[in-house]
Design a protein around this ligand. Structure first.
Ligand SMILES: Cc1ncc(COP(=O)(O)O)c(C=O)c1O
Length: 411
């Protein structure tokens, strides 16, 4: 965690990386011939990240481990667990690091993601989106049959009835949480409707009620800590009242899960919360860095930006303009950022499919074709979904190459 000192985004970009731009043609430990041999054999371990073909999605392992430890330490104090959302990374290797780092399970958003994690040996999975079509319901129950730690969210009575039938057919009793809405995106409205659904699940013979999930997507990116704190706790009150009504009715509330990276130090102040579904904290991105934190209103520095995309300079002919090989397909979104580490005045436009175009008034150094730049992505989840693999980097060298096994699994 950084110090409480105020730090502008511009200063942050100048201090969040070591040397960030490397001249083309420089040897970084391996000769070009050695690099060809390593790449042909598919083994890139030990290679400098600056020698990777780009666009390359990289995670800095020291920062990733620091983020996992920061979350663990912070939540231990308030006796709340973490159940990280794996839709952020889609990568079994990272899920296993999170579990080893004290998380009680993971969440998934899509049934195809849940299948990948379950097949890769990650068992405690809570699926936060409801599955409403017959085939997806069957797939969910097939996961539960193979994996006793799979939990499914429900927000409609008919869906509970359909799940009960599918669980009976699969010969299992399925673990269920009620998704209680905060806002209008998903979930059953808080209050009597939610309690009635919980009672229905509780009485269906092939379902087992485990509690409640209640995630507030709109709260996570509210700018300014005080504002975020006040609004989050206010918006969460109906969920707490619903949980308390369920408790008075004698229903299971063993799980009361919610929250995200923007509210990890806020939601534990609400009574009864058992675990947080934090996702982006492991990677961070421009959207999150911009919201400001408790100790620094300008930049959210509680977690380190571990995820970067390396890009190569393709064109410098034009005045105050640089073209790179990382456009929309490498970075997906175009605002806020992408930010170029080590350059505080660059305005990066990733609007073109295959190219990024940087405009600037002042650069910290000169650039030539073949130079590499390191970028913080606007939003981590969709960017990760664009890549087959994640280069796990320690001290600028590749330590491992992790398959992003659930990438593209959007169903
Ligand atoms: C249901 C649910 N839980 C948790 C998260 C994780 O949020 P964050 O990445 O902001 O930590 C998300 C993200 O959109 C989500 O949809």
């Amino acid at each position: 965690m950084r110090s409480a000192a105020k730090m502008s985004r511009r200063n942050f970009l100048m201090t969040s990386g070591a040397a960030t731009v490397w001249a083309s043609g420089t040897a970084h430990g391996y000769t070009a011939a050695e690099m060809r041999v390593k790449a042909a054999g598919g083994d890139l371990t030990g290679v400098s990240k600056w020698d990777l073909d780009t666009p390359a999605l990289c995670v800095d392992l020291d920062k990733l481990e620091q983020n996992i430890a920061t979350m663990r330490k912070s939540l231990a104090v308030v006796k709340v667990a973490s159940r990280p959302h794996a839709k952020t990374h889609k990568c079994p290797a990272i899920a296993k690091l999170q579990l080893a780092g004290g998380s009680i399970g993971i969440c998934t958003a899509k049934i195809s993601e849940a299948e990948v994690f379950s097949a890769n040996g990650v068992e405690p999975i809570l699926m936060t989106t409801s599955n409403v079509t017959p085939n997806k319901i069957r797939r969910a129950m097939a996961i539960r049959k193979a994996n006793r730690q799979f939990i499914q969210a429900v927000d409609y009575p008919q869906n509970a009835l359909d799940l009960n039938d599918a669980a009976k057919e699969a010969g299992i009793s399925a673990d269920i949480v009620i998704d209680v809405a905060v806002g209008t995106r998903s979930g059953v409205p808080a209050g009597d409707q939610a309690v009635a659904l919980a009672k229905l699940v509780d009485k269906l013979p092939y379902l087992k009620l485990r509690g409640v999930i209640s995630y507030d997507g709109s709260a996570q990116h509210i700018k300014g800590f005080k504002n975020r704190l006040d609004q989050t706790l206010k918006r969460f009150e109906p969920s707490i009242e619903t949980l308390e009504k369920m408790q008075r009715a004698g229903l299971s509330t063993e799980i009361f899960s919610g929250g995200g990276t923007g509210t990890y130090n806020i939601l534990p102040k609400a009574p009864g919360v058992t675990d947080l579904q934090v996702g982006s904290y492991i990677f961070m991105d421009c959207q999150y860095l911009e919201i400001g934190g408790e100790s620094n209103d300008e930049v959210y520095t509680d977690f380190a930006p571990s995820l970067t995309v390396l890009a190569t300079v393709l064109n410098t002919y034009f005045e105050k303009s640089i073209t790179t090989d990382a456009g929309a397909k490498a970075l997906t979104l175009n605002k806020p950022g992408p930010w170029v580490i080590g350059e505080k005045d660059f305005v990066y436009n990733a609007g073109s499919d295959e190219f990024g175009v940087i405009k600037y008034e002042k650069a910290e150094r000169s650039y030539k074709v073949g130079d590499k730049l390191e970028l913080i992505v606007p939003h981590c989840d969709p960017a990760v979904n664009e890549y087959d693999q994640l280069y796990a980097i320690r001290k600028d060298r590749v330590e491992a190459v992790w398959p992003i096994a659930a990438r593209g699994h959007s169903q």
